[in-house]
Design a protein around this ligand. Structure first.
Ligand code: KG4
Ligand code: ZN
Length: 335
């Protein structure tokens, strides 16, 4: 059994989690604390890096203490410490990584630097005893990535976005529609009761044999529709039609990836995978295609430290560690 404490601070959520696990056993999340800065950044319509890093450093200590108290463990019982070391905002990554390395150094325990995307990718399997071979779709604010997963640490990139990430498209279209930041959950709300076939938005690259995505044409199509209509639009029809186009693109490419790789299982993760219509569409399509779908539980879709702790635990149990002094990497690739 190993106890691991991890920090996630790559963007605007400060998070600390403690997990316990052993090889071949179900990992238990003993504590998962998240302090969201969404309210702080809302008035700017996006994340302000300096504000984010200052708040990470202000909130981190309290969150570590709360995580230890919630888990009912002493700091001295932690076997290894981990933090996200990329990709993300440099000044935000530095806070969590430096804090975790400091704790590891003081406790004379190993440190593990974790790729944020690996955290998302593994999150559908946090409650499982193993990470089986599958096709992974990571859809977040910064990334849209399709991977062929052989097992933990064995990833092959199949495709990704050539311009905006899916969540970024949600956020930008939300802004165009005058909705609050972040746009993703607001568009989902606005789309309820809207007609997803009201506007025929483009599904860029959907018919192409490759597994890359493009969302900028879709975003521009929404903009032109708004400009042409001079404000005379149904926001709910527009939101529903935009959301449907994103779902069709993500689903079409993921099913194509499953066919091309022969994988029988799909893992869906990242903030956008919280979207109910997307989850339902994947569930229905996977059922029809005879594919197993591993969804990330709703509380672990957006940024959190439990996913970082889980990724770190698997590496720790496999005997890996990262040297102290490891730098952060704002553009750290997963593969
Ligand atoms: O994974 P995440 O918390 O952060 C990144 O690593 O980027 O994802 C945040 C993204 C934002 O773009 C947000 O608008 C989107 O996830 N999002 C959603 C929903 N909830 C969050 N997009 C669509 N529907 C939602 N319900
Ligand atoms: Zn994320």
């Amino acid at each position: 059994m190993a106890l691991l404490l991890a920090i996630e601070s790559s963007c605007d959520e400060t998070a600390v989690a403690i997990v316990r696990g052993a090889v071949g056993e179900r990992t238990e999340v003993l504590a998962s604390e998240i302090s969201s800065q969404i309210e702080l950044h809302r008035e700017y319509g996006g994340v302000v890096p300096e504000l984010a890093s200052r708040n990470h450093s202000l909130r981190l200590r309290g969150l570590v203490e709360k995580a230890l108290a919630d888990a009912g463990v002493a700091m001295s019982a932690i076997d290894a410490f981990a933090a996200t070391t990329g990709p993300g905002l440099a000044s935000s990554l530095l806070i969590g990584s430096t804090a975790a390395q400091g704790m590891a150094c003081a406790a004379r325990r190993p440190f593990l630097g974790i790729n944020h995307l690996e955290g998302h990718l593994l999150s559908p399997f946090i409650g499982s005893t193993a990470v089986p071979p599958h096709v992974a779709l990571i859809v977040s604010g910064g990334h849209t990535l399709l991977l062929d997963v052989e097992g933990p640490g064995r990833y092959r990139r199949l495709g990704g976005t050539r311009d905006d990430a899916a969540g970024e498209a949600f956020d930008k279209v939300g802004k165009m529609l005058g909705l609050d930041y972040p746009g993703g959950p607001e568009i989902e709300k606005a789309a309820r009761g809207g007609n997803p076939a009201a506007y025929d938005f483009p599904r860029s690259m959907l018919q192409d044999p490759h597994l890359d995505f493009s969302f900028s044409g879709l975003k521009t199509a929404v903009l032109y529709t708004l400009q042409r209509a001079q404000g005379q639009v149904s926001v709910s029809d527009l939101a529903a039609s935009f959301q449907q186009a994103v779902i069709d693109i993500l689903l079409g490419k993921t099913l194509r990836a499953a066919r091309q790789t022969g994988r029988k299982r799909i893992g869906l993760s990242g903030g956008v995978s919280l979207n109910r219509a997307l989850r339902d569409a994947f569930q229905a399509a996977c059922g029809n295609a005879g594919l197993e779908l591993a969804l990330t539980s709703a509380d672990l879709c957006t940024d959190n430290a439990a996913m970082i702790a889980f990724a770190a635990l698997l590496r720790h149990l496999a005997g890996e560690s990262t040297h102290l002094g490891q730098d952060i990497h704002p553009n750290l690739p997963l593969v």
